[in-house]
Ligand binder design. Structure first.
Ligand code: HEC
Length: 129
């Protein structure tokens, strides 16, 4: 094992600085090089990560994880829908999570009912929203 002398350290530092400058010059040249003519893009791809996405609520996450497999919003929009009022909606959510054996606590049931109410049913809801 050998400790670097001050001169060796200086040489290494200078070398790194030179290499760094070289890399910079190379990338500057690349940036200026004319690229191939841009192809007309038929459909712009959705820009991932550039548009801030709203953070999904817990109710929405629970619903989309456990419930959406069997039914889509059609089921909630249809004329013959089962849910008529807020208690009915909570009952349906409770029933469905039981059928799916999810063992949700009341808070989860309410979160999902709130999510569905906000997204679809828009029923008058008792208590603080
Ligand atoms: C096994 C498939 C399946 C799963 C899983 C499921 N559902 Fe359903 N859901 C249905 C079917 C089928 C109906 C329609 C029943 C009817 O017409 O009476 C329904 C109806 C409903 C309704 C009433 C819709 C309306 O207004 O008519 C609600 C609310 C609901 N489900 C919530 C949930 C929630 C919350 C979950 C997740 C915990 C869930 N469901 C999971 C199949 C499923």
């Amino acid at each position: 094992m050998h400790c670097p002398t001050p001169i060796e350290v200086t040489v290494a530092t200078t070398l790194r600085a030179l290499l760094g400058a070289g890399a910079l010059a190379a990338s500057a040249a690349l940036a200026q090089a004319p690229g191939p003519a841009p192809l007309p893009a038929p459909l712009p791809a959705p820009a991932q990560g550039t548009v801030p996405q709203p953070v999904p609520s817990r109710g929405r996450l629970l619903y989309e994880t456990h419930c959406i497999a069997c039914h889509n919003s059609q089921m909630h929009w249809r004329d013959a829908r089962v849910v008529r009022d807020w208690p009915g909606l909570v009952t349906q959510v409770r029933t469905w999570q039981e059928r799916a054996k999810l063992q949700w606590i009341d808070a989860d049931i309410l979160e999902v009912a709130r999510h569905l109410n906000g997204a679809i049913y828009r029923l008058p809801q008792p208590g603080p929203a």
